[in-house]
Write a protein that binds this ligand. Structure first.
Ligand SMILES: [Zn+2]
Ligand SMILES: [Zn+2]
Length: 261
């Protein structure tokens, strides 16, 4: 039974030669879920030998470009490659208008149907997607625009305990999310800045590595996956060390890494 994540992009804001911006694919027993879609994601999909047309469900945390600007291009390429099956998109309110306006004003179009689920809530946790392989529950994070974390639970075959993957990117430090990230087998948190830049992290609504580790420890998760690394850190060993001081079982994401939940 497969339940694993392929990291397509692990960098924050600015893509570099080493780290592209946010995108991941969760594979739940053959069903693939695209999580965030930064510019260049379709290139990373091909680079990692994932089949473009198999990514028919996309969940977007927020509409900042480093999580969202790849979506029009991805949809356009799906159309050009002959897609007829629907695509499901879960995203904060406003995404649909951006995509539909982009296609309307640029003379591009897509012929397959898009099933939209726009999120527009400020508290609690809501089920935003489910099928026979996984369920996705969304909850609000604290960021400069409406942003959601996702708790993705496997639908197990047989009587096995379902594994949980939780993705939070981007967010400021808040313990309000603890009930939603609690007990995850694998928790993915952003760690944009080192501890020395805590003030900047707070100002820009991001986490330091130490804060990410602290949240993982308080939530009692199995493993912490650190992502969304600022381009200023060429060697992010410092970030991993600072997170590990708070939570020992931490790993740093790298582009094209595959990690079991
Ligand atoms: Zn970001
Ligand atoms: Zn952001």
């Amino acid at each position: 039974m497969n339940y694993y994540v392929t990291v397509l992009g692990s960098g924050a804001a600015l893509p570099t030669g080493v780290r592209r911006c946010s995108a991941q694919v969760l594979n739940s027993n053959g069903f693939k879920l695209l999580i965030d879609c930064a510019e260049g994601t379709q290139d990373r999909i091909r680079y990692n030998h994932l089949k473009l047309q198999s990514l028919g469900t996309v969940i977007i945390s927020h509409l900042h470009g480093d999580h969202f600007f790849g979506l029009p291009g991805l949809l356009s390429t799906m159309h050009l490659c002959g897609r007829t099956e629907p695509v499901t998109i879960v995203a904060p309110k406003g995404a649909r208008e951006v995509i539909e306006t982009t296609f309307a004003l640029t003379g591009n179009h897509i012929e397959f149907p898009v099933e939209w689920h726009e999120m527009d809530f400020a508290e609690g946790m809501q089920r935003v997607f489910e099928n026979h392989r996984c369920t996705v529950d969304a909850f609000p994070l604290v960021h400069s625009v409406p942003t959601y974390g996702f708790r993705i639970t496997e639908v197990p075959r047989g009587a096995n305990k379902p594994r949980v993957y939780t993705y939070c990117c981007d967010t400021a430090y808040t313990e309000s999310i603890l009930p939603y990230i609690e007990g995850s087998d694998l928790l993915c948190l952003e760690c944009t800045f080192a501890n020395e830049l805590a003030e900047l992290a707070e100002m820009r609504c991001h986490l330091t590595a130490g804060q990410a580790g602290r949240l993982a420890a308080k939530a009692g998760v199995g493993q912490l996956l650190l992502t969304h690394v600022s381009a200023r850190y060429r060697e992010p060993d410092l970030l991993l060390a600072q997170a590990t001081e708070e939570f020992a079982n931490s790993v740093m994401a790298t582009d094209s890494m595959r990690i079991d939940v």
